[in-house]
Design a protein. Structure first.
Length: 390
């Protein structure tokens, strides 16, 4: 299922000039991606240019491609990446040319109320950046930069807040997962729900985000950890990564949980899949004072029935979780430490790798649900490495 990386030849250019890059362009809902040459503008103030080494396929990419969420077309998707800084714009002091970095969609202005409170994922100061894409096709027409990242491309230009330096000991394919899936799953446990030692945890959905939540729960000392997924291979992966129990969806899961806990239900239930059926009946797994954490985001228009009286009477909470309530500059180094310390398995979550030219096969694998993460890999050579004087 894997494919060798495509060698990328990038013209060496002085700083401040646009470069030509190959990218996977989605031009309509449901259409296969086309590999096209695009112009990539140089970094403006507070921006960096990164040569992409690896970019994982996230189900959010599929949501946009398949019409579940709205986006502008044509668009270059991809937002869960790792690479090397090859150019910095003015005002960039926290990374330098040559740094290996994780690239994420989380972008902060540093000035709005949310940023001042440390709520990076709720930043409201990005409207101007969101309206501008550094990508144009060969005819000069704009191409949208998906989620402000557009990393299914040989290079990206992103805001400096979207990159975090990482050490050489983390392979690019593994590091890419820190840009979204692992950041979200572990963050849902540690940042959103703040799971404590001995808490009973249920994780519904064992894709990349769900298995990251399983690992986060294990590292937090949760016990038991019940993972729920219809695929036996995903159940086995959950057990390997720290779940104490793994089962398929069913009416008997509350009884399984009660047997594992000696009669109580879950302190925290994490719904990490966007499948609408996964949200049905989840409060039946939740103990009094427990929290239901909504991590997976279904297509627009999906609704779920909740009994507010039962929720209030049991002092239960519903928590939304966007990107693991993460602070990129804080959480990525922490996750790297867990990886290097052997507590967080990233390598085992990369099921397959593909070249950019084979990206539609990667999309098909992700749609099948049979992979944990499939990753697009690049081999960047002859890179232009330049930097403006801050």
């Amino acid at each position: 299922m894997s494919a060798p990386a495509t060698v990328t030849r990038v013209r060496r250019v002085p700083g401040g000039e646009q470069v030509m890059v190959r990218a996977a362009v989605s031009r309509a809902v449901g259409a296969p991606a086309s590999i096209e040459e695009l112009h990539l503008a140089p970094p403006h103030r507070d921006e960096v240019r990164v040569a992409v080494a690896a970019c994982a396929v996230c189900h959010s990419d599929l949501m946009f491609m398949d019409g579940g969420w709205a986006t502008a077309f044509p668009v270059v998707l991809g937002h869960e990446a790792a690479g090397q800084v090859v150019e910095v714009g003015t005002g960039v002091h926290d990374v330098t040319v040559g740094d290996r970095v994780v690239v994420s969609l989380i972008r902060t202005c540093g000035e709005c109320l949310a940023c001042r409170r440390g709520h990076d994922v709720a930043c409201t100061g990005n409207a101007e950046v969101d309206r501008r894409s550094p990508l144009t096709d060969l005819a000069g027409s704009p191409v949208a930069q998906g989620l402000g990242t557009g990393a299914f491309a040989e290079q990206v230009v992103v805001h400096r807040s979207q990159v975090v330096p990482i050490p050489t000991g983390v392979p690019a394919e593994a590091a890419a997962l820190l840009g979204c899936g692992v950041l979200t799953g572990v963050g849902a446990v540690t940042n959103t729900a703040r799971v404590d030692h001995g808490d009973a945890v249920v994780v519904i959905g064992c894709g990349g985000v769900g298995l990251s939540a399983v690992q986060g729960a294990r590292m937090a000392g949760a016990d038991p950890i019940l993972a729920i997924d219809p695929l036996e291979a995903k159940q086995e992966a959950a057990l390997r990564l720290g779940a104490t129990h793994a089962v398929e969806p069913g009416d008997g899961n509350a009884a399984i949980l009660e047997r594992a806990t000696g009669g109580r239900l879950a302190d925290h239930v994490f719904v990490t899949t966007a499948a609408p059926g996964a949200f049905v009946g989840v409060t039946g797994l939740l103990a009094p004072m427990g929290s239901l954490v909504l991590v997976g985001m279904p297509a627009h228009g999906v609704t779920v029935d909740i009994d507010p009286t039962a929720l209030a009477a049991a002092n239960q909470a519903i928590l939304g979780c966007k990107m693991g309530t993460a602070r990129l500059a804080v959480d990525v180094p922490r996750l790297v430490d867990h990886y290097l310390g052997g507590r967080l398995d990233l390598n085992g979550m990369v099921t397959t790798t593909h070249s950019l030219d084979d990206i539609d096969s990667a999309f098909d694998e992700a749609r099948s649900g049979e992979v944990i993460r499939t990753v697009i890999v690049f081999d960047n050579t002859d890179l232009g490495a330049t930097g403006d004087t801050p």
